[in-house]
Design a protein around this ligand. Structure first.
Ligand code: NAD
Ligand code: GLY
Length: 372
């Protein structure tokens, strides 16, 4: 697909999961278009879950559109931030559902970034043992990754996304226009997850990102549309084969083992998730090189691109006394760990990812070399 027009047509990517299949719509002005909502389940009530930043921007538009389909449209606005991806904030969604007498057909709409999406999905998975939900992602990160594939979760102080469920939405609506209000730092965070798809699955896409990075940073709609569509296609291909991460799906966590350690080690919200992933990919690439899987030219190329995208490429120091030890301690809590052994997603030649363990001594060398 070429990204050369300034107003891209609506694209559709399908997630194929038998009876849990659903479409991802990608285009401009989707929030206001009646056909966006045509195939959604009927219900007496729709509950929009958003936050104090996104609701003032987009909740009125979504409410108006949904009022044509649902007799009652409600809004719950959560506090904004990764630090609120927790039990007390999740409880606010259940409070809204129960206080308004919402039945088991109620449709939840997650209007926001990955934090709102992950929490709304988890609430939908558990309210009355499961109600339908729709993802309306408004960050680049959420449009290319978190709204797709059915991972829902909240954080625990000891580990990121440790409490959650696999639960698929019934539709994903990626309105490109929403990205125009996204702060630069958040755009860069989203680019980390876009870049991720290259080294793990599609080096031609990596070439394309390198060539169109300036257009992406300038939020050109055609470039954004292509980046979102290709990212969703790759994610759909992976999730369609391994919905519950018994193997292949773990490749989507390239950079996340180091990244999650950074996020929880610094305290949630200090570094953005995408920043942790960007820097984590640099560290994982270095580890891949030390294991003889890729050459230094590949590591340098990836590092340069991540830096150009506005992301940090040097890890933070998490402990003044034993920094590498602290990273290792945090990484052992990762969901991919088995019997305390950390399993890393590594690049096994450009465009192909593998998951494997690595000797602690080698991981320590990488951390020492990659932290500022
Ligand atoms: P986020 O949800 O915190 O959103 C980032 C910031 O941008 C917030 O302040 C938000 O209010 C604001 N914002 C959102 N849309 C906006 C818009 N259109 N205009 C202006 N401001 C806007 O962060 P995120 O990067 O979207 O998501 C990160 C979260 O996603 C993490 O918790 C991560 O664990 C999770 N995640 C989940 C998956 C998954 O598969 N479920 C995948 C990747 C990441
Ligand atoms: N973001 C990783 C996954 O969806 O599996």
């Amino acid at each position: 697909m070429q990204a050369n027009s300034s107003s891209p047509a609506t694209a559709q990517v399908q997630i194929d999961l038998a009876e849990r299949s659903y479409p991802i719509f990608i285009g401009s002005q989707l929030l206001g278009q009646a056909q966006t909502y045509q195939k959604l389940p009927k219900a007496a009530t729709a509950l929009i879950v958003s936050n104090t930043t996104v609701a003032p921007l987009y909740a009125a538009q979504l409410t108006q559109a949904l009022q044509a389909h649902y007799p009652k449209v409600l809004l719950v606005s959560l506090p904004d931030g990764e630090v609120y991806k927790d039990w007390p904030t999740l409880q606010l969604i259940f409070d809204a559902l129960l206080e308004n007498g919402c039945d088991r057909k109620t449709v939840l709409f997650a209007l926001g970034g990955g934090v709102v999406g992950d929490m709304t999905g988890f609430a939908a998975a558990s309210y009355m043992r499961g109600v339908p939900f729709v993802q309306v992602p408004t960050t680049l990160l959420a449009q290319v990754d978190s709204s797709v594939g059915g991972k829902t979760a909240i954080n625990h102080p000891l580990g990121k996304n440790m409490i959650g469920a696999f639960y698929q939405p019934v539709q994903v609506i990626c309105d490109l226009d929403a990205l125009q209000t996204l702060p630069e730092r958040e755009l860069s965070a989203g680019l980390a997850e876009v870049i991720k798809y290259g080294p793990i699955a599609d080096m031609e896409f990596l070439d394309w990102i390198e060539a169109h990075l300036d257009a992406l940073l300038a939020k050109e709609p055609a470039a954004l549309a292509h980046a979102i569509q290709r990212s969703c296609e790759i994610k759909a291909w992976v999730v369609g084969q391994d919905e519950r991460e018994s193997g292949l799906r773990a490749i989507l966590n390239f950079g996340h083992t180091f990244g999650h350690a950074i996020e929880s080690g610094l305290g949630y919200g200090e570094w953005l998730h995408g920043e942790g992933v960007g820097c984590g990919m640099v560290m994982a690439a270095h580890l891949s090189q030390r294991l003889g899987l890729v050459d230094s030219a590949f590591v340098e190329r990836l590092t340069r691109l991540i830096q150009r995208a506005g992301l940090p490429v040097k890890g933070p120091v998490l402990s003044a006394t034993d920094n590498a030890g602290r990273y290792l301690e945090l990484m052992r809590i990762d969901k991919k760990s088995e019997a305390g052994e950390i399993r890393f997603v590594l690049i096994d030649g450009p465009g192909k990812a593998v998951m494997r363990a690595a000797p602690d001594a080698l991981v320590r060398e990488v951390i020492d070399a990659c932290c500022a």
